[in-house]
Write a protein that binds this ligand. Sequence first.
Ligand SMILES: [Zn+2]
Length: 512
Amino acid sequence: MIADLILKNANVITLDPRQPTAELVAIKGDKIWLVTNNEKLESVKGAKTRVIDCQGKTVVPGFNDAHCHIFSFIRNLLSLDLSPSSVSSIAEIKAAIRQRVQNTSPGKWLNADGYNEFYLAEKRHPNRWDIDEVAPKHPVILAHRSLHACVLNSLALSLAGITIETPDPVGGLIDRDLNTGEPTGLLFEMLGYIREKVAPPLTEEELAEGMTLASQHYLAYGITSLQEATVSNDFNRWQTLHQFKDKLKSRVSMMFGIDAIGQFQEAGLAMGAGDSQLRLGGVKIMLSEVTGQLHPPQPELNEQALGAHRAGFQLAIHAVEPSTVETAISALEYAHSHSPEAGRRHRLEHCSVCPPRLLERLSRLRAIVVTQPPFIYYSGERYLAQVPTSQLPWLYRIKSFLDSSLVVAGSSDSPVVPDNPLVGICAAVTRQAESGQQLLPQECIPAEQALALYTINAAYASFEEGVKGSITPGKLADIAVLSDDPTQIPPEQIKDIRVEMTIIGGKVVWEA
Ligand SMILES: [Zn+2]
């Protein structure tokens, strides 16, 4: 036998306890064939073998982001960037829109994201007339950085049916000119409505462009697998992902909302259907407490959980606060007691605040916790200021979960925060916020375990640990080559490690 691709002189961290390190990885077809030492090179190399000399660089399994939102990320990528790092005045916003308009056919919606009036020279929100000046023939929507406000130009306002006569909607506010009463274009708490009900969904071309951009982005961060966790995912989404399989190089496991369960059953698709490129994941349920009341309430959640559990699906329940975490756990206990099939690997998404009594119940359930270490980095400072002190000791715990033999998978919830897995690994090891403040140092884990969150544990969370997540002969050849060894450099530098090469299914798909 002869290898197709060989990585030699590598510092291989396999994440496989049977053989934790190696120097050489030989790949045949789309699979890892041999994991061995440099001396074996000549015996597996043929005339057509591509040999990559890693020069001591670190080789790890490709990263797996266990909870992210691909389509929201694409929307972000396609929007004009108006964040403070890109524009500093309304004049600059106008210039940016004018430029974008020139390459956009009239009538087509133009999305711009991230403006913040606080950082604009004029210290005010842009208004419809500002935008009309540069884009009279395109409906334009500017989303505020907070997503709690947006500005529409006149054409977009008229397409939304918002006139001087329109009353403020429940929970929303239409800003008006003080003299004339005319809407200024600035709308509060109406962005979701405008995007869902007024603006058109992404077109085929936008999706194609967005998928290509997103794919490049994921590969540049060594992300070879994604677990799509959007609650509105349904059979349509599944087909869209199918359609763009060749554009999005990373492998996808797609969760979907409970309402879509019948659609998949009708199509004859069970948990794990599909192939290694696009696979059907579990049922995602959002459990929230925004209005002060649980939604869905416990009895309804219990029945949903039992239904999905009985139908053979893994559950992925979004639970953040202690009350929702407890409700989710109760629902899983309910499902197990009424239908004791084991091995469903139900997941708690976020499980942000988990006091000891809940941790105990969780470990009895053998549930998986899908956590977001980058939240510690990007939001740690805010958590320390805003989370009630009674809850702080249980916030985004990792070590306690692992010590209780729970499987913990790592993820970004992108685009909520950036998705560089090395930032997440760094945060899991150091528990440091961007500000340098440390959040629960007792929950720090070693770099090897942090790597596992984003590789073998994430693979386990989608029932794929048999085919990926470690550098093991027979598994898919999904690999990242890193500029440094996360287990050897000072922990706070892990986030600065660069991905130098990404391999999926034995093919080099990205090189720095
Ligand atoms: Zn999410």
